[in-house]
Write a protein that binds this ligand. Sequence first.
Ligand code: SF4
Length: 237
Amino acid sequence: MALPSDTSEAALKAKALGVNRRLEAAYGHKPWRPRRDALRELISTILSHRTKSATEWAAMDRLWQKYGSWEGIRDAPVEGIVEAIYSVTWAERKGLSIKRVLQIISERRTGELNIDFLADLPVEEGLEWLTSLPGVGIKTASLVLLFNFHKTILPVDTHLHRVSMRLGLIGPKVTPEQAHEILAHLLPPDPDIYWNYHVNMLQHGREICIWSRPRCEKCVLTGICDYYHDVRLKGKG
Ligand code: SF4
C-alpha cells in the first residue's frame, strides 16, 4: 500500500481500492437493488439536498398525502407544494423545481410521468437528459442512474466528498462536481463497485468520519488516511 502522501495515479488507485476493501470488510458487500421507483428517487433526491433523511421522508409523505399522485403534484399550485414540504431546506426553490420537473417530464414523455426509459439510454445520454431538468445537478442525476438503473456512474454527495478529501483521494480544492469523475476514475468501472463504495462511504461519513469531529479512534481507514497522518499523528491543525 502506498504512503498516504503519495499522489501518483497508481498510488491513488491502490488507495481507493484499499478504502473500498476495508469499508466492505467493516460494513459488508451489498447486492445492488433499487430502493424505490425512479421518479420517486428523483423527486426525493431533490428534496434531500441539505436536509436530514427523516425530514425529507416526512415532507415526501405529506406531499403524497396531499395530492395522491404525480399528476396531482404536477398540477398543484406551487404554494401548495411548498406548504407540504415546508420543513426541508430551501422549500420554495425545491417546490418550484418539483413542479417544473414533473411538467417537463410530462411534456417530453407525452403525458407519461415515468422515467424508466432511462434504463435503455447510455449513461452519458441519461446524465444529459436528467441534468437538463431544473434543480437536477450531477449528484442527483448520477444517483438516479446508479441506484435505479445500475449504470456505471459514481454519485458523490457531501459525505463522499468530505471523507475522500480527508483520505487524500482528492485535493482540498476539488469541488463535489469535479469529484464525480476523479473518484470514478480511481475505481474499476463497475456499477457494483460504485454502488458499494457509495453506500459504504455514506455510512462511514455519517457514523465515523463525521463533519464536526471525525471519530478516527473507531476508523478502519487510519492506515491510509492523510488527515489521520497529518493532523492526528503529527499534531497539526
Ligand atoms: S482516519 Fe479519521 S479522518 Fe480519516 S477517514 Fe477515518 S475518521 Fe475520517
